[in-house]
Design a protein around this ligand. Structure first.
Ligand SMILES: [Zn+2]
Length: 224
């Protein structure tokens, strides 16, 4: 946790306490299955790498099939040579630049495993212009991590073949879906005040690519 806090402080200029990092995993903008995943990541309970060494007949799962290295979260997210992994991060950055208002003031921060571990605890603006933009960053990065993790599981545990193009398509589809459902949820807020606030926030975060229809939105085609 010490290193995570240090990384967060250095890159995002926010300084959450350890308690804030744990508590933050329950924030409403973090999906429940992502917070469960994060909890396991922080406790070292994910079934990767050395975990498989002690499971008879599954020892070979300890190593990445593509590169042969011991599989770690860092390997899956930022090192693996599997086609599609790096492209997804590049597209994430492009999406950020394309949709963030005054993107030059809110420069994309390249995430790392250390940074990701602490993202739940980030509530303040820090290097970004506002709390809302920070929340967008946290959401976008964690959702992307979650998609990469699910894809990895389908390939390693489910033994499915997924190529780089399919990985990118999955990422794009899921991100669009998340933006749409966040908006749909905001519309359902009973209190008018809360509803307007939420909608304003989402417009600020994703306004450039959302198209409003009656009572719903659709994510427009974006270049990426
Ligand atoms: Zn690999």
């Amino acid at each position: 946790m010490k290193e995570t806090k240090k990384e967060i402080g250095e890159t995002l200029k926010v300084y959450p306490t350890e308690t804030a990092i744990w508590k933050g995993l329950k924030s409403p903008h973090i999906q429940r299955n992502i917070s469960d995943f994060m909890w396991k990541l922080l406790h070292g309970r994910l079934k990767i790498g050395m975990f498989w060494k002690q499971i008879p007949k599954y020892e070979e799962r300890a190593h990445c099939k593509k590169c042969g290295h011991i599989e770690t979260m860092d390997h899956i997210l930022f090192v693996c040579e599997k086609e599609g992994r790096e492209e997804i991060w590049n597209e994430t950055e492009k999406l950020w630049n394309e949709t963030t208002p005054e993107a030059e003031k809110n420069e994309w921060v390249h995430p790392s495993t250390m940074l990701i571990r602490g993202l739940g605890g980030i509530k303040k603006a820090g290097v970004f212009e506002s709390k809302e933009i920070t929340e967008k960053y946290v959401k976008l990065v964690l959702e992307t991590v979650w998609i990469l993790w699910k894809l990895r599981n389908e390939m390693v545990i489910g033994e499915k073949k997924i190529d780089g193009r399919q990985m990118r398509e999955r990422w794009r589809k899921e991100i669009n879906h998340i933006i749409e459902t966040t908006y749909a949820r905001a519309l359902k807020q009973k209190s008018k005040d809360k509803r307007m606030k939420e909608i304003e926030k989402i417009n600020g975060q994703w306004g450039k690519i959302i198209e409003k229809g009656k009572g719903k939105i659709e994510v427009k085609e974006w270049k990426g």
